[in-house]
Structures are given as structure tokens and as C-alpha cells.
Design a protein around this ligand. Structure first.
Ligand SMILES: [Zn+2]
Length: 411
């Protein structure tokens, strides 16, 4: 059949194999490409490469890229060798990885599709099962991790993410080098030992090269970092992104108890205002501007006072340098304590206790953007899978989508 030369062209160099036949099954909508050997060969053991003669063969089949919407397969009788060290093995073929069920070209394409949509959607588009799609992702990550070089890491971000239900945490370490964020490491739990594993894995030389580590005010992470990173105390940054939620939470706590007190007196001033207080003054949606103005100008409202302190905290990050920031903090702290609102005071005290590693921001300027993007993407993944019940699948997905790995098969 003349199609053989066309498929040979598509497949490229497949020596010592060639396309021997192409069988089209119109009813089943499949195309089978039969591969045959050019001649007798000495084969290498797939493990150790030792050359030897073949002993029989195994009939194998690989899914290949579709031809005009027909599912397309490569089939071949793959020689078997009997290696004295590794036993009976089928030899490597140039179009697929050992034990692969897809050609490398198909797997490459599948990885692109999987990167672009959910596993379920990708499986549908590729006409493979969900398990097969997941298998492609797992192999891709294994490949990528094995290829990863021990390059230096300078700017890092440490986070904890709740994965399953309840207090089920994973510690995520990302690199922020080269203007992009990628996940370097994940560990179960959020203990000091969890992060120790990462630092120890880096080795002394790369520990030395670390310049900045952004993290939340979580003592176990702090302890681990100062233990393993030389001058770690100078390099830890409690950055704007990690601290942003504390003031929002404090405002919300104040609002809740104030609303309850007002509602008791049939006063619904704060009713339905929860979301409003999360906005900065400049980006309140226009339909709420009038109500919002009224609320923040109401000097009797405790919630308005708490909100003002929150807004002031946002200004803190605009300080030009460490000294200016230290001065601004003093003012802010005074304002916060003057509210005499316990949730606000609590946050102020906590920030003060960690001030040293908040001020480092103005020297190290570790940028939040990339880490924020990684974090929200992880949250999306968790949501998409309804909270991973399988921890390994979670990690695999994070590496697949956010590891910045070289995922393609070698061919
Ligand atoms: Zn061998």
C-alpha cells in the first residue's frame, strides 16, 4: 500500500524499523501501522545496553496521533533478549519509551492537551481513559524530576496548603528565580522537619546561595530556615502577600461582633456589609460607593475604625526603605492600639513581634506576584479535584502544572 511511505515520512527515522503496511479499518475507524525490521540485528538490553541476539518477540501496540480522526496505532513484533543480569526483556523501540503504550509523539501531544485543560477534558479529547491520561502525567513528572539540574536557588517562597479535608497540610517550596515561579519541593505536613527535608536536600553550597525566603509568620518554618540557611534571620521575609489576610480577618471579626450588638438593638447598619470591608477604598464597586462612604465616615462604627487601620497597613508597604518603614510602623502600631479593638490589637502585636522579618522586605524586595499565582493555581487544583483524596496525585499534579519541568519524552 502506498500509504506506507507517507507514514514513514510522518514518523521520521525509525531505523532499524520501517513501515511495512498500513491497515485501515473504516468500520472501526482505526488505522494500524505495521512496523517491521530492516534485517537481523544485535540488540541491546534495555537496562544495561549489553549487545546480544534476540530470542523470539512480543507483539506490541502503541497509540499514535490520530490520522484524520481515525484512531491510529503502531504495531510491531518487538524482539526479546535474555540478559544474564536483567532476564528476559523486550528491546527499546525508537518511537516509544520502554513499556510505553503510546508513541512519544502522541505522549508529547497529550502533555500539551493536559496542560491546557482538566484531566477529564483532556482524556475526552484524546480518546483515552482517565487513568491513561493520569498515567501520562505521572510519567511526565517522573521524567521532569529526573532531568532537573541542581541549579542554584536564590529567591524562595514557602507556603502551606490545605489539601484534603480539615487540617491536612502540604508544605510547598517554590523558586522565584528568573522572573517566574515554579514549585521545587513538597512535603507532608507543615512541621519544622517538613521544611528541614528540603533544606538538607539542597546541600550546603546551595543553602549558602539563598538570598531571600518569603513566608508566613509560622514558627516551624522560621526555625527550620534559620537553622539551615546561613544568616537565615536576615533573609526571611514576611511579605505583603502573606500578611494581607491578617488585617482583613481582624476587620471581619470586629464587624461580626459589632453587627451582632447592633442587630440586638434592631439596628441593621452593618447588615450584608461583610464583602464591602474587604475592598480598598479605591476599588469599591460603583453601586456600593455611596453606602460604603457612609459607613467609613461613621465615626461611631468600630468596624470603620478597624478598616481605617487596615488601609493604613496597606500604605506601610509603600515606604521607600527600611528606615522609613520602621518609622511608619511605629505610627501604624500606635493607631492600631488606639482603636482598643482586641482583634486589631492582636494583629498589631503579632506584627510587632515579627517586625524584624517584615522590614527585611524593604531590603530584599521579594516579589509576591509569582508566588501568588502559584498559590491560586494550587487552590484551583484542589477545588477541581474536590480536595485531593490521594496525596501523591496532588503532588504529581502540582509538579505537572507548576513545576516548570521538562515533561516531554526524549524522542
Ligand atoms: Zn542487562
Amino acid at each position: 500500500m502506498k500509504d506506507t511511505s507517507l507514514y514513514q515520512q510522518i514518523l521520521g527515522d525509525t531505523s532499524p524499523w520501517h513501515v511495512a503496511a498500513v491497515r485501515l479499518d473504516a468500520a472501526a475507524q482505526t488505522v494500524e501501522i505495521e512496523m517491521a525490521l530492516n534485517g537481523d540485528e544485535l540488540w541491546g538490553c534495555p537496562e544495561c545496553g549489553r549487545k546480544m541476539r534476540g530470542h523470539g518477540s512480543d507483539r506490541r501496540k502503541w497509540r499514535h496521533l490520530d490520522s484524520c480522526q481515525f484512531k491510529t496505532f503502531l504495531v510491531a513484533d518487538v524482539p526479546r533478549v535474555i540478559c544474564p543480569d536483567h532476564g528476559a526483556r523486550t528491546v527499546k523501540v525508537p518511537w516509544s519509551e520502554p513499556r510505553g503504550r503510546f508513541t512519544a509523539l502522541f505522549e508529547r501531544f497529550a502533555i500539551d492537551v493536559l496542560q491546557a485543560c482538566s484531566t477529564k477534558q483532556a482524556a475526552g479529547l484524546l480518546r483515552i481513559s482517565w487513568d491513561e491520561a493520569d498515567g501520562i502525567k505521572q510519567r511526565a513528572v517522573r521524567r521532569g524530576l529526573a532531568r532537573r539540574a541542581d541549579e542554584p536557588v536564590r529567591r524562595l517562597c514557602v507556603d502551606e496548603k490545605a489539601v484534603g479535608r480539615g487540617q491536612d497540610y502540604v508544605t510547598v517550596v517554590s523558586s522565584l528565580d528568573a522572573g517566574r515561579a515554579r514549585v521545587l519541593h513538597m512535603g507532608d505536613g507543615r512541621k519544622r522537619e517538613t521544611l528541614d527535608v528540603f533544606w538538607l536536600g539542597l546541600g550546603a553550597e546551595r543553602q549558602e546561595g539563598v538570598e531571600a525566603v518569603a513566608m508566613d509568620m509560622w514558627q516551624p518554618f522560621w526555625d527550620s530556615t534559620v537553622t539551615h540557611v546561613p544568616q537565615g534571620v536576615e533573609k526571611i521575609v514576611h511579605d505583603p502577600y502573606h500578611l494581607a489576610t491578617y488585617m482583613n480577618k481582624a476587620v471581619d471579626q470586629v464587624r461580626r461582633s459589632e453587627h451582632a450588638a447592633l442587630a440586638y438593638r434592631q439596628d441593621d447598619t452593618l447588615k450584608g456589609s461583610r464583602m464591602l470591608w474587604l475592598y480598598g477604598e479605591e476599588n469599591v464597586p460603583s453601586k456600593w460607593v455611596i453606602r460604603f462612604r457612609k459607613l467609613i465616615e461613621n465615626t461611631r462604627l468600630k468596624t470603620a475604625k478597624a478598616w481605617a487601620v487596615k488601609e493604613l497597613w496597606r500604605d506601610f508597604w509603600k515606604s521607600p526603605d527600611e528606615d522609613a518603614a520602621a518609622a511608619t510602623f511605629k505610627e501604624w502600631y500606635r493607631e492600631a492600639m488606639a482603636t482598643r479593638l482586641e482583634p486589631v490589637k492582636k494583629v498589631a502585636r503579632m506584627f510587632k513581634a515579627h517586625l524584624r522579618n517584615i522590614l527585611t522586605y524593604f531590603r530584599l524586595r521579594i516579589s509576591n506576584g509569582p508566588a501568588e499565582a502559584i498559590n491560586s493555581r494550587i487552590s484551583e487544583l484542589v477545588l477541581q479535584s474536590c480536595g485531593y483524596r490521594n496525596r501523591e496525585r496532588f503532588k504529581n499534579d502540582v509538579f505537572f502544572y507548576l513545576g516548570g519541568l521538562e515533561l516531554y519524552p526524549a524522542q
